[in-house]
Design a protein around this ligand. Sequence first.
Ligand code: ADP
Ligand code: GLC
Length: 479
Amino acid sequence: MSKPRLLFCASEVYPFAKSGGLADVAHSLPRALCSTYAVEVVLPLYQCIDREAFGIKPLGEEYAVQMGGISYPVMLYGCTYEGVAYRFIYSPLLCDRTFLYGPPDSGYEDNALRYGLFSYAVVTLLKKEAYSIVHLNDWQSALVALLIKEETIIKTKSVFTIHNLAYQGVFAHQALLELGLDGRYFSMESMEFYGQINFMKAGIAYADRITTVSPTYAKEILTPEFGCGLEGFLHFHRHKLSGIVNGIDTKHFSPSQDKTLVFPYVDLRGKAVNKRAYLKQTALKEAKKPLFIFVGRFASQKGLDLLIEILPDLVKRECTIAFLGEGESKYHQALEALAKTYDTVHVTCGYDEALSHQMYAAADFFLMPSLFEPCGLAQMIAMRYGVLPIVHHVGGLADTVQDYTSFTAQSAKGYGVVFSQPKAETFLAALDDALALYTNKRRYNKVAKHNMRCDFSWQESAKSYLEIYETLRAQSSHA
Ligand code: ADP
Ligand code: GLC
């Protein structure tokens, strides 16, 4: 019997285009579903994607997508990469830009139209071929859930995954007309949001199931503190909502097979070689001192304000600190200024996949004082590379990192230093705990080695997604 078909839609997918964890999930989750479903992953063919390197070829002729009375040219492209089928939507409006979503500090003004067009183009795929499930991710593809309800010939069931409720795709009311959507969608039950339209609401209202990326975040988003104004709306739809923790691609993030490392390693002695190599490459020497790293988006979500606040205190301790990231310019400036002032602080601005691996391999501690964190992959990658993450007990960090004081070798979970309040005193106290632990080499090494052996793969979580798909398929066969 042939496998049921799944179309997985995302606005970024590693290795084609990546700004954060969504790209990692859109790369690795489909691979974990492939044995049960015939999966195709669809994304925009941004101009940064190297068509030749990936063998991306046109699939058929250019066609027109109608949206708000305007006809937009669209071409479908495709390739198979590492055994996975990828589909790319090309349209000048959507793709011919320098950045994915907009320059740092802002989004492109016509993002409603760009991702509206992406969603309409996905719907044309769903009309042409019989997919059992369409899996939508974040606001950029949320509109698909609404659009397919208008198409009676589409029998596909939809799953909408919220990776980050802080980014909702909110635009001026007029965009509704340009998107060719009926005025009835401008209501509280639908896309209306304080006089504007909200793409995320379309996903929540019309998808057959909603998931988010950790069980704790699934609970948090029902509260005013983390609900970003949608807590009431989510509460209303909570019967459709579940939290499934992300996994990571354990082949891509594998210290023993990682080709970006000077010395792939299976133990902490091997890891030390990578630390020395990284320190040599930066101006940081001091291999004996613990190395703290931060790899991530320079955004307030990641606790950057807190990190910048405590840094002058942290540098007084015996340690070195390295940052890799890009994002808001105020954080670039503040961090670069700190790096100029203190010779134990190193900052690399930009996106660099290979360097990120080298830093995970070099580090002793990973800094993740996020104010909120839907799941977080960086802390899992860090643990896989034998690092102890220092995390705020929130969202997916609470689900994936246990405090080292409760360490038992039998646990399947990873360990780090967990603190409860995203405040300078509590964070500094956690950093002092980390430094004290580091002086007890036997104890520190035990935890680091344990982390390297933990299972951060998709195995269990993929089963939870498959269960959701199966329930939906059973519903459509009874319909
Ligand atoms: P988020 O999705 O909120 O950005 P996650 O922790 O879920 O955070 O995922 C971040 C992913 O992006 C990780 O794979 C991390 O290593 C990677 N990453 C973030 N910033 C950079 C950067 N500047 N260079 C290389 N990799 C980065
Ligand atoms: C988002 C979240 C992050 C999560 C990632 C992948 O960007 O900020 O916590 O891990 O999506 O789901």
